[in-house]
Design a binder for this molecule. Sequence first.
Ligand SMILES: Nc1ncnc2c1ncn2[C@@H]1O[C@H](COP(=O)(O)OP(=O)(O)OP(=O)(O)O)[C@@H](O)[C@H]1O
Ligand SMILES: [Mg+2]
Length: 480
Amino acid sequence: MKLWNTPITSLLANASLTVRFAVNSFICIGIMTSALWFMVSNYLINQIVEREWQTTAQIVRTDVRTFLEDYDFKAQDRKSVGHKFVALLEHMRLSPDIVRFKVYNPKGIVIWSDDKRLVGKSFIDNPQLQRALRGQVVADMSSLEKHENIFEPKSLSGAVEVYVPIYSESGRELLGVFETYRRPDSIFHAVREARAIVLFGAVGGGLLLYVSLFAIVRQAARKIDEQQENLLKIQSELVASQRMAAVGEMAAAVAHGIGNPLSSIRAAAQVAMLDTAAGDGSAKNQKMTENLQDIVQQVDRMQRRMQALLNFAKPLEPRPVPIEINSLVCDVVETCRARFSDAQVTTKLDLEANLPSVTSDVNHLEQALMGLITNAVEATPRGGIVTVRTRSCSPIGDGKIVEVSIEDTGEGIPIENRQRVFEPFFTTKPHGTGIGLSLAKKFLERNGATIVISDCSSAGTKIAFTLPRDAGATPTAKLQ
Ligand SMILES: Nc1ncnc2c1ncn2[C@@H]1O[C@H](COP(=O)(O)OP(=O)(O)OP(=O)(O)O)[C@@H](O)[C@H]1O
Ligand SMILES: [Mg+2]
């Protein structure tokens, strides 16, 4: 039987630990509960029934002692003692459970019955009777199927035959066996009650066990998940820090190898510019000055980039001070003014008045803002708009109180790239380094801020960050 290849087992194999435990333990506890119920109820029922038969035997023996003598079992003339058995039957019938009886002698022959057709017949082949003749109290619930009961009226169906051996007064001699017919209603009632109580107990216990085990396993599964999540986080942090260290080494090497020659180039270009400035002012001279200015500009750009790389790699120690965010935004936008006009992009400032001051490292915040605004300008086509917005937000949970967002009308960042753009060196620009956003994120996070990319009303990009409240009492910092 290929039980292990059924769809249910393969479904279970792929299920979570909690689901597998829930199903397996349900089956096991179900089997255990049923077995327990079966065993305990059987044991109890046997005990109840055994006690009932012993009680019946006790009653029968007491009544027999009251109404009969030893001689009544042995008398050859059965008619002379018959009235005593009739009197005994009348007495026994006063009890609603005992309906009638037959009396056997020690050879298994009926010596008295209210049904006279049975008197004198031998039933020695009846195994219950045989056991009773050996001195045991025997009960048989399937009495009506036996052929000595062929004349029993239908009303007795369901009665239990109880065979009670009767001994002489001295207790040594077996006088005969009383076969009593007992209605089993009270026994059945007791049995049903016992079964129900045991069932209730077993099911209650099983359920309690199931629920408590399930709760423990669910808690354990949650803990495992949490630990796995932490492990993954630690792993990715480790990878990021290793990457950072490598970038740091590389940046230092590049700065060392290129920094000095670059400074020399810049210095030479500046000296040459002095010469051209003192020249004749001809067109050629002017063209040369422009070229030299270009060289100086490009060298400055390269040095800035190198500085950015070094900044990115070196550990950041923020020096938080309370900041007026609106004035910082205005200053940064002003610095970028030339870029906006070069790119023919309009700036829109939507700054909420009376914003609470926030706490952050002013230089970190400035660089982050600069990186985000530069990206927005670079992404926006001519005639587009970059909107910088500041808003206060309710200080829920992590205590962030001011949101700054930069929204552009460019092409936007595809959903699948929204995580990757924060990775160092991820760029889609031919001359980009892919450092801007990762550096902005690093600066912001080191200052307790959170940065997110979201959809915006235009097709472009909206990048927003929220800053924590001003915790210090130092005077508000101005941009240097
Ligand atoms: N406002 C934006 N609109 C669309 N794409 C953006 C925007 N900002 C960032 N990106 C995407 O994220 C990438 C990474 O940006 P990031 O600033 O880190 O590097 P970069 O701009 O490519 O290079 P640089 O190091 O010069 O800034 C960009 O190449 C671009 O694909
Ligand atoms: Mg950039």
